[in-house]
Design a protein. Structure first.
Length: 163
């Protein structure tokens, strides 16, 4: 049986369909890898290596989709399926899908993404967070969290159950 890469080399006319198949398999592999990690069948290092390779390949597919609207339309449903039914965090895939939707003005879930929406979303963030002082706020919160973590450690040291 031939591998997907061998099939791609032999049949360049069918590359879009084959690439969609590869993408589906990689997205499923992402779920399987995470499940195996949680079962203890893969180490953190193995997951990092496999996940990095999956991500690099998906990035390559995504870059092609950024250049080719027709291809973007073909892979958008594959990404939607991962977002709706995958076991991993859907946010990276949702982000990729949104970038494609903005770039090619694709319809996703009955909605066409418009570039001016980015201005509206920025305004909504600004209404909820003081972005002018956000770096200072982050530093203060990090310090606060460090203090709380240190307090918990001290409590745990004193507690014989955790000691």
């Amino acid at each position: 049986m031939k591998s997907m890469s061998e099939k791609l080399e032999e049949d360049p006319e069918n590359i879009s369909e084959q690439t969609k198949t590869i993408l589906r398999r990689l997205l499923a592999a992402d779920d399987v890898m995470r499940m195996k990690y949680h079962k203890g069948e893969l180490t953190r290092k193995e997951v990092s290596i496999i996940g990095g390779n999956i991500a690099a390949t998906i990035d390559g597919i995504f870059l092609r989709a950024l250049r080719d609207r027709e291809f973007a339309e073909e892979i958008a449903p594959v990404l939607m399926d991962k977002i709706d039914h995958g076991d991993a965090n859907p946010l990276p895939y949702l982000h990729l899908l949104q970038v494609l939707a903005y770039r090619h003005r694709l319809e996703v879930d009955g909605e066409v993404q418009k570039p001016e929406e980015m201005i509206d979303t920025y305004k909504r963030v600004r209404a909820r967070l003081d972005l002018d002082n956000i770096v200072k706020q982050k530093a203060e919160l990090e310090e606060e969290f460090k203090e709380k973590i240190e307090q918990l450690r001290e409590k745990w040291k004193k507690n014989t159950m955790f000691g």
